[in-house]
Design a protein around this ligand. Structure first.
Ligand code: GAL
Length: 643
């Protein structure tokens, strides 16, 4: 008996010592690889390396992050409590305040939501009992308005736990790459846009995108007078003086067969009747762009076959400009470029088009010379070089604008539009000012063919989610042929914004979601990677003609959400042939079943489903289509009414 009592006492001592309460601070966990909107997580300092501070109160301990960030922590069911104070760091008080919603989720359920917090607001306390909880997620969100100056502090944040296993940060391991795009047929197929436009009397250039076994001969019936087609290269060029809509019957033929398709050429005052498709230097090379890299991009757009799927523009972003204008106020290029006009000719010789970048301010964002007060000069220079596309980036123009009124937002864009209209060349006008003043409502009025709707994208899921899913929801009604909402350039393939390039950090499923979403949104498609180093996966991601077809559809509609619940989001886009393109997305971290109510497509209860990525019919479905979708993945369907 005595022995039993002794054993019981010993057991109690052991158990209670095992359950001794331990404490670990959030800043003691491994936060080194947390993805966030800007900079990296700072421990015990703010993002400027000064003392953490909220509404004048200094804190010696805590972490500072930048929206959007999510810290997922595994608790092993032995963590008992999480406490913290949250608030916007005082660093941003004098800038424009920032706005953050701090959210805590435990095992998928939201257990804390701070509401929108701004600077000059005292920290809010969090105290959560965690018994039995497996995982906790600490979210610093942008409050739905983009991530400008959202420096968010988690102060004195700590976990109490029992036993030996400490809470630890979870980092997702990624997925193997898998290819969905079927192999291209040897029989000719004409791809890409079915409509193109030019202004009367201006140079016209169009490369018929056609896949199949080479050599392929392309012929055309009903070409408007002034245009010629090179049957070997499939490049149509010339000038059409008479306005009108011309239906040209194209035929591509090789030893395996032929393909016939109409191309509508609209000669009038519109351009970019389908979203521009091409390559831009920024996401890969940043300011280290040079002539060899631009030419290599043109070469590879052709040799990889991307041009045969409709990819056309080769656009230089920031970093090409000389340090000063000449005595006549003419801006030229810096020593990284040998001859801009010859380079443009080289690009045009392939039937591709050439784009350039600058700012309405005195300086671009990369501190190169901008066009302020030289708009007419610069438009003439670009026309002489053979520029086909201009990205006009607000950057330092903020110093010139008198206030934040609509008139001031519009002014520099109107000035450049007038300058572009005065040259005898069609220059697609891409407005980049991050969505200020709801640019989607007036971008077209001031001459823009596309306008960035948000800040810069980066290659993380949170950036993709915020820009692509969260901030586009209400913009569909502003998109139309020649007027596109631009959620920024693609972040697949090898990227780097510098000389140091590396693989996109998006997982395989995230990359499929990215391309699917941009296709549905009728977003301009500008590849942002090194084309000379594309792996098979990236090339296939960008070469799926059915995915591109949805993006390039001539109706020019942008998809809108038709269903949102928890982690599921379903977007739908109407297409010219009466069918609907639908993206089923899983925005969550775990694989889930998605039950798609087929009535939402508007064809009644019974529909025909086609898998866009796999380019194959799925068959006829009734009432509900159920599918399993992995973390951050999607399914891309085209839906028709059965005959
Ligand atoms: C940013 C713009 C980027 C890139 C960069 C160049 O303002 O959003 O896309 O053009 O400037 O400095």
């Amino acid at each position: 008996m005595k022995k039993t009592i002794y054993l019981l006492v010993m057991l109690t001592v052991i158990i209670s010592s095992c359950q001794k309460k331990n404490t670990i601070r959030l800043g003691e966990l491994d936060l080194s690889k947390i993805e966030q909107g800007w900079n990296t997580v700072h421990i015990n300092t703010n993002l400027s390396d000064s003392t953490l501070s909220v509404n004048g109160m200094k804190y010696a301990e805590g972490i500072c992050t930048h929206a959007i960030s999510e810290i997922e922590i595994i608790l092993n069911k032995n963590t008992t409590r999480f406490t913290a104070l949250v608030g916007v760091d005082d660093k941003v008080a004098k800038v424009n305040g920032g706005s953050i919603v701090f959210i805590v989720k435990t095992d998928g359920k939201e257990v804390f939501n701070s509401g929108i917090m701004r600077s000059n607001e005292s920290a809010k306390a969090i105290d959560i009992y965690l018994k039995g909880v497996q995982k906790i997620i600490l979210i610093t969100s942008d409050g739905g308005d983009g991530t400008h100056h959202d420096h968010g502090n988690w102060l004195e944040a700590k976990f109490e736990y029992t036993g030996a296993i400490k809470p630890s940060v979870y980092y997702y391991g990624g997925e193997d790459k898998f290819i969905l795009t079927p192999k291209v047929s040897e029989i000719p197929r004409i791809n890409g846009a079915k409509i193109t436009a030019a202004r009367p009397g201006n140079p016209f250039l169009f490369r018929v995108p056609v896949t199949g076994l080479k050599p392929i001969t392309v012929t055309a019936e009903n070409l408007p007078s002034g245009l010629v087609l090179n049957e070997k290269t499939g490049i149509i060029s010339g000038k059409v003086s008479k306005a009108g809509a011309y239906i040209v019957k194209l035929k591509a033929k090789n030893s395996k067969g032929e393909c016939i398709r109409n191309l509508k050429i609209v000669i009038g005052n519109k351009l970019a009747l389908t979203p521009p498709m091409g390559w831009n230097s920024w996401n890969v090379w940043g300011l280290s762009i040079n002539e060899d890299r631009v030419k290599a991009a043109a070469d590879y757009l052709e040799s990889t076959g991307l041009a045969d799927h409709g990819w056309t523009y080769i656009n230089i972003d920031d970093g090409w400009e000389a340090d000063a204008r000449d005595a006549n106020g003419i801006l030229t290029y810096n020593s990284k470029f040998k001859d801009m006009q010859k380079m443009a000719d080289y690009i045009h010789s392939k039937g591709l088009k050439f784009g350039i970048y600058t700012s309405p301010g005195e300086l671009t964002c990369g501190k190169f010379l901008g066009s302020f007060n030289y708009e007419e000069n610069d438009a003439r220079t670009w026309a002489a070089w053979g520029v086909d596309y201009l990205k006009y980036d607000w950057c330092s123009y903020g110093e010139k604008a008198k206030n934040q009124s609509l008139a001031e937002y519009q002014k520099p864009y109107i000035t450049m539009n007038n300058a572009l209209k005065n040259v005898n060349r069609d220059i697609v006008y891409s407005m980049c000012q991050y969505g200020m003043g709801n640019v989607w409502k007036w971008g077209s009025e001031v001459g823009g063919h596309l306008w960035r709707t948000t800040g810069d994208i980066t290659d993380t899921w949170l950036s993709l989610w915020s820009i692509g899913f969260d901030q586009q929801d209400t913009l569909a009604k502003y998109a139309a042929p020649g007027a596109w909402n631009d959620p920024d350039m693609l972040v697949v393939g090898k990227l780097g914004w510098s000389n140091n390039i590396r693989d996109s950090r998006l997982t395989t499923n995230e990359q499929y979601s990215h391309i699917t979403l941009w296709s549905l949104l009728s977003a301009p498609l500008l590849i942002g990677c090194d084309l000379t180093q594309m792996d098979e996966f990236t090339l296939n991601l960008l070469s799926n003609d059915e995915v591109i077809e949805v993006n390039q559809d001539v109706l020019g509609k942008q998809a809108s959400p038709i269903y949102t619940s928890g982690d599921i989001k379903i977007l739908m886009k109407e297409l010219e042939d009466g069918s609907k393109a639908v993206g089923l997305f899983n925005l969550g971290r775990d694989t889930i079943n998605v039950n798609f109510d087929l009535k939402l497509a508007g064809f009644g209860n019974k529909v025909k489903l086609h898998d866009v990525w796999r380019q194959s019919d799925k068959g006829i479905y009734e009432s509900v289509y159920t599918t399993r979708i992995p973390r951050h993945g999607c399914e891309f369907l085209r839906i028709t009414k059965p005959e």
